[in-house]
Design a protein around this ligand. Structure first.
Ligand SMILES: [Cu+2]
Length: 65
């Protein structure tokens, strides 16, 4: 399990958008986003490049802290 900090989330729509953005990355599963703590946790079936994660989050309109 891996945890990352997300910047820019303010409501449940944001949670859904970030969840979707992470879930669509190959190798990532079981995504859980915690709005209060600005965190996302997920399982990796294989190590996923942080740049790729960052790109997906930014495309959704958020930022990896
Ligand atoms: Cu929102």
């Amino acid at each position: 399990m891996r945890t990352i900090k997300i910047r820019g989330m303010s409501c449940n729509h944001c949670v859904m958008a970030v969840t979707r953005a992470l879930s669509e990355i190959e190798g990532i599963s079981n995504v859980k986003v915690d709005l209060k703590n600005n965190e996302a946790t997920f399982d990796e079936e294989k190590p996923v490049n942080m740049t790729l994660i960052r790109k997906h989050i930014e495309k959704a309109g958020y930022e990896v802290a």
